[in-house]
Design a binder for this molecule. Structure first.
Ligand code: AMP
Length: 528
């Protein structure tokens, strides 16, 4: 029988799990590892490598090695966050016609959805060969603070590799599910999730199998990569001071420095001092230059202290939204590899006045929770578990003069539904435009545009007479759907949807067809 799995599609590492009997269990990948680097490379011989093999050749092939794709998915090329990040990535990015990001690698252009699909496909194959059965369906996790575009793009990535998404669930919620499942505890829990690229803080109440998210807050541009970047910047400055050479433009040197910085950061979680040794990092006619630097844990802590402080400001906001004092939190769960850093553990412990739960593996807990949710949906799990999640951002519409009217407030439990009546302002008006945005700012332009919905084909009538009920519905994946009904005729009102980002249905279909042809021709080549 086909198996449904849980997938934690992480910024730096991904992980898969399933329910073995009633026990959530990690599925090792094809190399036998429990986590897979979220990295994809295109080699000069036209081969695509995913996971560890990709990571291994990143230093010699930086332009064609794509990593941290989760930071780019659903983002605009010109957004301020991307302007900062673009310089950091050694691979080439281009703006798509709709302003999204495209990636050029291996002499081809890819959408972030396709790159994510390559990772998902590899994970799926790993699961199939380990379980010895086909895998058609999955629960995929995303940061709680992912917006509508990022969620939809993740779903599209799954569609590209032929996976049916049973549900998109939030990473902290998945973590709490795994925690609650194993330890059967009731009470108020804070999940502090600091991964490779994102930070989420969710506050949940667990009560006899009901997991109710009370509030969530976060930053999709704050994660382990930023800690690495601080160390990278420090090394570049030191090199500049010592040799007067700017290494930031040298892709090969930068890739080596990036890897060394990440490795040093990890080591400093376990030792008070480490050394970075990069011989022949740069050569000129003056000779060759090397990097040999001792780095102490306290230096790393000084360089990154403010990043951890930023996460605590987000904790303040989440507690405020849940109407709770910090003293009411009974358990703190740490999720994400970056929470292994002693500074993070220390500051989180001080903030919550308690030691975080220790028994859980921060790299695996999200995938385990996703596997539990997959089995709940498939009906293979015995105990009663109910997940009640929330939307991370308010949804609303643009009003006259560029204002923003909220329709569904952030932290509302999903699925959520709200209906508003619209009418015409001119005689015989045939079309009404609704611009839907997501965010908290009072002005439309401060928020993220999701789509415009045009109610079309309205029967001619004097201004103000047509009555059209528009329903905004956020489903359990956290995705918005809009429908409308003409109250005069009782008919479903036609809507033309123009999303502000992501793939149009026909574009998605075209990619799916192209990819399945490519897979077929690779299979046939393999048979020759
Ligand atoms: P995740 O997205 O949960 O896989 O988290 C990956 C992030 O955790 C990366 O930025 C890693 O560098 C970081 N990380 C993993 N192990 C450690 C460690 N021992 N100390 C500090 N950071 C770590």
């Amino acid at each position: 029988m086909a198996e449904a799995i849980g997938i934690d599609l992480g910024t730096t590492y991904s992980c898969i799990a399933y329910l073995k009997g009633q026990v959530p269990t990690i599925i090792p990948n094809q190399e036998g590892n429990d986590t897979t680097p979220s990295s994809v490379s295109f080699t000069s011989t036209g081969q695509m490598l995913v996971g560890l093999p990709s990571l291994r050749q990143a230093v010699t092939n930086p332009e064609n090695t794509i990593y941290s794709i989760k930071r780019l998915i659903g983002k605009k090329f010109d957004s301020p966050e991307m302007a900062r990040l673009r310089a950091r990535f050694p691979f080439k990015m281009l703006p798509a016609p709709n302003g999204d990001i495209l990636i050029e690698a291996g002499q081809q252009i890819y959408t972030p959805q396709e790159i994510s699909a390559f990772i998902l496909s590899y994970l799926r194959q790993s699961a199939e060969s380990y379980l010895g059965t086909s895998v058609e369906e999955a629960v995929i996790t995303v940061p709680a603070y992912f917006d509508d575009h990022q969620r939809q793009a993740t779903k599209d990535a799954a569609a590209i590799c032929g996976l049916k998404v049973l549900r998109i669930i939030n990473e902290p919620t998945a973590a709490s599910l795994a925690y609650g499942y194993d330890y059967k505890k009731n009470g108020l829990v804070a999940v502090y999730d600091l991964g490779g690229g994102t930070f989420d803080l969710s506050i949940l109440e667990i009560q006899d199998g009901i997991f109710q998210v009370l509030s969530t807050n976060g930053d999709t541009f704050l994660g382990g990569d930023d800690f690495d970047n601080r160390l990278i910047d420090w090394m570049l400055e030191e090199f500049m001071k010592e040799h007067g050479i700017d290494l930031s433009q040298d892709r090969y040197a930068l890739q080596r420095i990036k890897e060394a910085a990440e490795k040093a950061k990890r080591e400093l979680s376990f030792t008070p001092e480490t050394e970075i040794n990069l011989p022949f990092i740069y050569s000129t006619d003056r000779g060759s230059f090397h990097i040999q630097k001792k780095i102490s844990r306290s230096l790393l802590e000084n360089l990154t202290f403010d990043l951890v402080e930023n996460t605590l400001t987000i904790c303040d906001q989440a507690l405020k939204d849940a109407n709770l004092e910090v003293s009411k939190i009974e358990e703190v769960i740490l999720v994400g590899g970056q929470t292994r850093m002693p500074l993070v553990k220390r500051m989180v412990s001080e903030y919550f006045h308690q030691q975080p739960a220790r028994q859980l593996n921060p790299d695996e807990i999200v995938a385990l929770g996703a596997a539990i949710q997959a089995s709940i949906i498939k009906g293979t799990k015995r105990d009663l578990v109910l997940l009640l999640d929330v939307i991370p951002f308010s949804l609303g519409i643009e009003t006259e003069n560029g204002g923003f009217q909220k329709i569904i407030d952030r932290n509302t439990t999903i699925p959520a539904c709200k209906t508003m009546a619209f009418t015409t302002v001119e005689n015989n008006q045939r079309r009404v435009r609704i611009h839907v945005l997501q965010g908290e700012g009072p002005r439309a332009k401060e928020n993220k545009s999701l789509a415009t919905f045009d109610l079309v084909g309205i029967d001619p009538a004097p201004a103000g007479v047509p009555q059209i009920d528009v329903t905004f519905e956020v489903n359990a994946d956290g995705l918005l759907r809009v429908s409308a009904k003409d109250l005069g005729t009782g008919r479903q009102q036609k809507i033309e949807v123009k999303p502000s980002s992501g793939l149009l249905p026909e574009e998605l279909q075209e990619i799916i067809e192209r990819r399945s042809k490519e897979v077929k021709s690779t299979d046939e080549e393999g048979l020759l």
